[in-house]
Design a protein. Structure first.
Length: 763
């Protein structure tokens, strides 16, 4: 192509998509190389760079493009796409390229060569209509032929959906999930009720479904739209942590969002309540503005309250214990005398059927757990230890020298049944269950746990109420403490090694509203490698990221021998922004990943490929990348917040493999949205974890997230070393801001239905 053709006049271009250089999962923006064809595909006139929106296209397809030539200052002539048509390849070259892209499971480059060599231009028809003939190809047996046909049919269904949805802004990953859910019925489901997608498919929300519906011509005030809109408005409140919202507030938000009269929303609310999709909860006898709840959240709160009543009304299964003598024995075993508050905490845990232990770092929670487990082990009691995250469970096991597991693994999810194996009918066999990091318990996980606690089993929840609340909806630990239904021991004094810890000292300064960071340094190279707590003044976002990169990729590994993947974790307040999680991840991925990604993308082959994950900024995942699981996946045995590392990318099968500390999980294209890069993660996602070294970037531009409990949670994730970066004024702003958003739930009202309450203990 000559530069002379690089004019802005409308032109057309036809050819085979040779490779995908770049693909943005969110908007389908693609940079690719097109093998330009002339004379009806019989002759090639070279390769052209093309750019524009190309939803759902694969390497090897023939594209008919309309657009204009532009000239890039560095890259020269490029064809900017205005519109396009795509068709399956008809030439031997295109078919070989198409099949060799890894698009169809079971066919890689080797088998693509063999199949096309056998069937030539009839290849795609043979696969579609006479797949048994694939067995004529050496190396393809009945099983592989059947698998290829199945994969081809799935890809054909996906292609139909992609063509249908490409004008509605639906991403490729979303289309993959639609086809996986509905298979050949995908288009029928979409045309009959697109709002069904929002309630049944992860990653597709109301706004996407509504855009499809309106393009299909469905009525603005139709019943399906109104009810889906109300559910979406309620979901918005749940995303803010609420499990309930006043009816008036919900109706106002839904009416404004849908742009419909308020009375239409009232009709939809009543219909949803009649069908039990939503529940109304009156807070008092003549409540004209009841709380509205998702049915699942309402059931969870009902079960929590019922389980509290059940536990408090049944005798203990613990063996007889002379409590004061047991505490003295535990002190002798530990080699030091407990403080009065610590001794009282052990007594409470042994005597109260359901109790809560809360306190900040260094206040003795670990001492109490160790003493309690030593006493109960000596009495041959059945002790079960659990925590919401794998890292918290591992830390619990190290502290007590007893086995500990995540709550999900303790309850044993059965994928074929869609429920936990341990429940009210099959409770956990234990005399006492101790759950650490209980502030992380959201409504539904807390309900699942409590259902599985036998009526005679002791239950002790341990947590720090000053940390961030659970990621999911609910305020369970705070609600239980406020109810005064269960015994609560609150530890405030700092003991022993905690008193000498800079991290612990500053954490308590934060709770008291005191700004007490060490004087900031001007650059990472000046750090004292042996100091526990330091800060670096980097108010400019670019410099902040540069200093983080230097620390992770060079300074800390070189000076202290730290592993950037296992020992160092960046915790940031926000995903977006110049120094947000997405930007930090991009910089650290480039600096730390040991090798380029496999040459395979989530949407076809490409030399600059890799798997395109659906994070806040679409990323390309390759072998060696640090990733985080973003939702519970019971089938794989991995859960929201689990950290892992990409161990393999199989282009031929379209599968990425991740190692989560010994638990290996495979991800297909449709599941990639469950993964995000994790060189940097949100402070919320770090709850329940501890890391050798924590880096915390804070800038004033993040002011909407800078709150005391956020910075406190981030600081207390550091086991040996914490380094603050950014603007010291942002740290001060966070320490002084106590206006964390309160959460509205119906659990306090349900717990108050039984006013009996043991006295709370405070120390």
């Amino acid at each position: 192509m000559s530069a002379a053709t690089a004019a802005n006049a409308a032109e057309t271009l036809t050819g085979v998509l040779e490779r995908i250089v770049f693909l943005n999962e969110e908007n389908h923006y693609t940079v690719g190389e097109l093998k330009v064809e002339t004379d009806n595909g019989k002759r090639s006139s070279g390769t052209a760079t093309i750019l524009g929106s190309l939803p759902g296209v694969q390497c090897g397809e023939t594209l008919e493009l309309a657009g204009a030539w532009v000239t890039h200052r560095e890259h020269g002539p490029q064809f900017k796409i205005a519109s396009f048509r795509s068709k399956l390849p008809a030439t031997v070259y295109g078919i070989r390229k198409y099949l060799g892209s890894g698009l169809v499971k079971g066919i890689g480059k080797t088998y693509a060569e063999k199949i096309v060599a056998k069937f030539g231009e009839q290849t795609l028809r043979i696969i579609s209509e006479q797949s048994a003939r694939l067995r004529e190809v050496p190396g393809i047996g009945a099983g592989r032929a059947k698998a290829i046909k199945k994969a081809w049919d799935e890809q054909s269904a996906l292609r139909d959906v992609m063509v249908f949805l490409q004008t509605y802004g639906v991403t490729t990953a979303q289309c993959l999930r639609i086809v996986k859910k509905y298979d050949i019925m995908s288009r029928i489901v979409i045309e009959s009720n697109p709002y069904q997608l929002a309630s049944e498919i992860d990653g597709i929300g109301f706004l996407t479904a509504d855009r499809i519906a309106r393009n299909l011509g469905l009525p603005t005030e139709g019943t399906k739209r109104l009810e889906a809109g109300v559910r979406h408005a309620l979901t918005g409140f749940e995303e803010d942590g609420h499990t309930a919202v006043p009816r008036e507030k919900l109706a106002e938000r839904a009416a404004a969002m849908l742009e419909v009269p308020r009375e239409k929303i009232d009709v939809a609310l009543d219909a949803l309540a009649a069908s039990r999709d939503l529940r109304f909860f009156p807070r008092y006898a003549s409540d004209s503005d009841p709380l509205v709840q998702n049915t699942a959240q309402a059931r969870a709160e009902e079960d929590i309250a019922a389980c509290v009543n059940r536990l408090l009304s049944h005798p203990s299964a613990l063996p007889p214990i002379l409590v004061d003598r047991a505490v003295s024995w535990a002190q002798d075993k530990a080699g030091f005398a407990f403080a009065p508050a610590q001794a009282q905490a052990v007594r409470t845990a042994l005597t109260e059927k359901f109790s809560i232990l809360t306190g900040g770092p260094g206040t003795g929670k670990t001492t109490i757990l160790s003493a309690l487990c030593a006493i109960l082990s000596a009495k041959k009691a059945r002790i079960v230890l659990a925590a919401p995250t794998g890292r918290a469970a591992q830390r619990m096991a190290e502290t007590t020298r007893l086995p500990a597991s995540t709550i999900h693994r303790l309850l044993k999810y059965a994928p074929d049944e869609g429920r936990f194996q341990h429940n009210a009918e099959h409770p956990v066999a234990a005399d006492i269950i101790v759950v650490d990091e209980a502030s992380m318990l959201d409504n539904r996980l807390a309900a699942a746990l409590l259902r599985a606690v036998h009526a005679h089993t002791h239950l002790l929840l341990v947590g720090d109420v000053h940390q961030l609340p659970s990621v999911g909806p609910g305020n369970v630990l705070q609600d239980l403490i406020a109810s005064r239904r269960v015994a609560v021991t609150t530890l405030t004094a700092i003991y022993r090694q905690g008193a000498r810890s800079q991290i612990v000292g500053v954490a308590h300064d934060i709770l008291a509203g005191r700004v007490s960071l060490p004087p900031p340094l001007s650059r990472a190279a000046d750090l004292d490698p042996h100091a526990e707590l330091q800060s670096i003044a980097t108010p400019e976002p670019e410099n902040c990221i540069a200093q983080i990169t230097a620390l992770c990729a060079d300074i800390l590994p070189r000076q202290l021998g730290l592993d950037p993947w296992r020992d160092i974790q960046v915790l940031a307040p926000m995903h977006k922004g110049a120094a947000g999680i997405s930007s930090i991840n991009a910089a650290l991925q480039q600096a730390l990943r040991p090798a380029p990604p496999s040459q395979f993308s989530a949407h076809g082959a490409g030399a600059a490929g890799g798997f395109a994950g659906a994070s806040a900024r679409p990323a390309v995942l390759g072998v060696g990348d640090k990733v985080i699981q973003t939702r519970n996946n019971y089938d794989k045995g991995v859960f929201n917040g689990d950290l892992g590392r990409v161990s393999a990318v199989a282009a031929e099968n379209g599968v990425i493999t991740v190692d989560f500390d010994g638990v290996t999980a495979d991800y297909e294209r449709s599941e990639l949205s469950e993964l995000q890069l994790a060189y940097a993660i949100s402070i919320h996602k770090s709850q329940g974890s501890e890391f050798n070294t924590v880096l915390i970037p804070l800038l004033k531009s993040q002011f909407v997230m800078l709150q005391r409990n956020l910075i406190y949670t981030a600081l207390t994730r550091g086991r040996k070393r914490v380094i603050f970066l950014g603007d010291p004024a942002a740290y001060a702003l966070a320490v002084r801001n106590t206006e964390s958003a309160s959460r509205l739930t119906a659990l306090p009202f349900r717990l108050a239905e039984d006013p009996a309450s043991p006295a709370a203990h405070s120390a």
